[in-house]
Design a protein around this ligand. Structure first.
Ligand SMILES: [Zn+2]
Length: 403
């Protein structure tokens, strides 16, 4: 069993066991804090409603938010997890989403078949890329290709080996919820870990107060209270760590996957330039639609004898300059506040309630898959790329001249 396979097996089992453990711990802590600490001890024994009632309100308010965000998270993960549709001819995903990864590892022919990208210039899905002004590409200016799903990968899509599917803005596989945290679920995940941290803090404060009060009054130590202190400390530290990490990702506009690669990643972008742009020393050019029959670069001499189809294509032709960012640069970084809004929503109700999806879920425009940060304009300047508006102005002038 390869290490990747064993990690998947562990995650699979964890995703079945952990939710049950989580529910048991929350149920136990709720019982101890509400019944034994607040009602039995503070209300009945000590007659201190001023301590008991605020604790009960905070306990059940945070519990309600934990349940709501967890339910929302599970619903999104089950019904709308943010997967990119596979090409019809891609090998089918088997057995509860865990595919034929192992089979392919043993099957060299399958690897060879899967590894090759679609060399058809009219490959389905390509138009979606070159109809934009910028997209992430490979060295040759073509979009990234997923050999398992047999699709062109849109920006920020990552192939999850857990479920053998391409996932939009994939963050991580979460055994706590038994699924992939992605663009669609990240906001609800952040809310869930935040409210779970709050719930743990309420449980910890209530049990520590009770423990201290009992000790001062020389009452015997309650084992249930000690158990809640231990559980709330453990889960509280864990969820607090997850909360701060996730909030950091939001402010930097990164996913967990992107953050792990951030220091060693140079993004390669195809940026649209006017059709008559000359090749430059620091970039090369590629025009879409791709020429028939073979893929080729504009820099290479074109074959003579342009067909009628090619002439038609040239009317709808778009040229892209392929440029690289520097190490650590993030093209989607919009600045802390706009990064926050793109995930958490535009108003405070969106931030705290697990109802509406993140605005970034519907961020795809004719310009780009996700809103680009200031780095986009900076790259155009850095590589001295001609402005598109010049081309648009020329086109308008030409149209006027024709009339
Ligand atoms: Zn894929």
């Amino acid at each position: 069993m390869s290490s990747a396979t064993s990690v998947r097996a562990v995650n699979r089992w964890a995703s079945r066991i952990i939710p049950a453990i989580l529910a048991s711990c929350i149920g136990f802590a709720t019982y101890v804090v509400s019944k034994r600490i607040c009602v039995n001890y503070y209300l009945r024994y000590r007659d201190r409603p001023g301590t008991a009632i605020p604790l009960l309100v905070l306990l059940f308010a945070s519990l309600l938010l934990v349940i709501c965000t967890y339910t929302r998270l599970i619903l999104v993960i089950v019904y709308d997890p943010g997967l990119v549709p596979r090409e019809q001819t891609a090998a089918p995903v088997k057995e509860s989403g865990r595919s034929n990864v192992r089979q392919r590892q043993d099957d060299i022919e399958a690897q060879r078949y899967d590894g090759g990208r679609d060399n058809d210039p009219n490959s389905p899905g390509l138009e979606r890329f070159y109809s934009k002004d910028v997209f992430v590409c490979e060295n040759d200016g073509l979009p990234r290709w997923c050999s398992s799903c047999r699709i062109w990968k849109p920006d920020r899509v990552h192939h999850s080996s857990e479920i053998d599917r391409c996932v939009r803005k994939m963050d991580h596989y979460c055994p706590w919820v038994g699924g992939i945290i992605s663009e669609n679920s990240f906001k609800f995940f952040v809310q869930f870990v935040t409210y779970t941290t709050a719930f743990c803090i309420v449980c910890l404060v209530a049990s520590v107060l009770c423990f201290r009060d009992r000790t001062r009054n020389q009452l015997p130590i309650d084992g249930f209270v000690i158990a809640v202190i231990a559980l709330a400390s453990f889960f509280g530290l864990f969820t607090f760590g997850m909360t701060t990490l996730s909030i950091r990702y939001i402010f930097l506009n990164l996913t967990n996957v992107e953050d792990l690669r951030q220091k060693s990643t140079v993004h390669q972008l195809a940026i649209r330039v006017p059709l008559d742009t000359e090749p430059g020393p620091q970039y090369y050019l590629l025009s879409y639609p791709l020429p028939e029959p073979a893929l080729g670069l504009k820099n290479q001499p074109s074959s003579s004898g342009e067909t009628a189809a090619n002439a038609r294509d040239s009317l709808a032709s778009r040229t892209f300059a392929v440029v690289k960012t520097q190490l650590g640069e993030n093209p989607w970084n919009l600045g802390p506040y706009r990064n926050w809004v793109s995930v958490m929503g535009t108003n405070i109700l969106d931030w705290v309630l697990p109802i509406r999806h993140s605005p970034c879920v519907a961020a795809e425009t004719n310009t780009s898959f996700y809103e680009m940060g200031p780095l986009y304009d900076e790259l155009r300047t850095r590589y001295s790329l001609p402005s598109l508006s010049v081309e648009v102005r020329e086109a308008v002038t030409e149209m006027g001249a024709v009339r």
